[in-house]
Design a protein around this ligand. Sequence first.
Ligand code: ADP
Ligand code: MG
Length: 480
Amino acid sequence: MDYSEKYEVVIGLEVHAQLATESKLFCGDATSFGAAPNTHISPITMGHPGTLPKTNKKAVAYAIKMGMACNCEIEKENYFARKNYFYPDLPKGYQVSQHTTPICKGGYVTIKTAAGARNVQLNRIHLEEDAGKSIHDINPDFTCLDYNRAGVPLIEIVTEPDLFSADEAYQYVTEVRKLVRWIGVCDGNMEEGSLRCDANVSIRLKGETKLGTKVEVKNLNSIRNVKKAIEFEIQRMIALVESGGKVQQQTRSFDASDDTTFAIREKEEANDYRYFAEPDLSPFSLSDELLNDIKNSMPTLPAALLQQYIAEYGLNEYDATQLCLEKETADYFSSLVSHTSNYKAAANWMNGPLRQYMNEHKLSFDSFALAPEKLAGLLKLVEEGQLNFSIASSRILPVMIETGKDAATIATELNLLQVSDSNELETWVNGVIEKMPDKVAEYKKGKKGLIGLFVGEVKKVSKGKADPKLVTSLLEEKLK
Ligand code: ADP
Ligand code: MG
């Protein structure tokens, strides 16, 4: 049965994003992924007595950048707090986080929904350090611990309970990942854990204003899993309530092998983290000057750039959206249109042949060797009628990418320039007329539509090199 008329779903997401700094939040240990276990650790990471942490300024700047990208209010008076708890992956016995003064407050992220664009309200974005990693599948008798990740800088982006379907949650995480990548504060790589999501889900009867009891599904490591976990939870909760049960406050985990969730902690124990201001780090104030510098360093955000492409270059929404999926793509386009004024063709080439070539060869624009001005040269030859589009995209473009030579050189070397030499054109045209006497007779009786057939035939015998405009007028002339 469909219960969507009876129940409303409410979701709040907590996204942890690993900041793309080279060193950790409070010391110089490297943050790079995949190193041998426990090689990126120092006495500071391990919290040895007497060690003194220092705040990584770049991490603070990155958190502020994300706050600006999400329209947050930036907190100017900050301090770090200790969140005390015991867990084997937490070498110090406490996590340094922010408590009463998250660095970014409020704000929103705009998502696309079936009903149009909507702002999802944020509660806060705060800075904190990551914990280490427990590894359970190396030794059957022991849990192994890798502290390389301990102390790596994270931001936690927390929404209000302001998402109302699994699809909206999917859109939201997609948008957050795009934003962190766009402004360069996180690589957004969910498989490596640079971006992780906890989903808080509850249901309530339609019309009810009080929130229902929530469950929290921890550590979702792909956008698909965020959606699947929420879909499963919605079904589970509705079935539970419909059969007379009550949702219990729980922490749950997602099982990707069958898209289900299972309880890992019943009823959140009333945690007492004994927060207090971290005594080894002084509170820090953010000056207007610093905030201005950061603001000025922000790239144009994707939503604004999309509007700019539509307004300035006359692109349609679809083309502009495709170009604004990643910053590298947009940067390439921006550079391309500084070398051509045929904006529509530039967009078509990027969203068509270029994207196709890149997909086939698993390339991306951030490591793409073909200079935009070279591509503009190819567009120009097509625009001037010296090359036909299909030859340009299928035969010249790949060679340009592979050799770096310019379009005109390749076209000449491979003898692919369109022929406008009248002798050669005439030979092809005469050949076609001789080959198709019946069609020629029909044409002469008035079936003028056959001209397309003759032009196509000339195109074939010339292997695409005959200039179709010249061929058409030559044919018309000869068949008069
Ligand atoms: P906790 O103390 O359990 O971490 P918070 O109040 O900090 O809870 O909220 C954590 C996340 O859960 C936030 O994103 C918030 O919007 C969301 N949330 C809180 N209550 C609910 C609820 N009843 N249903 C869905 N999401 C909720
Ligand atoms: Mg929480």
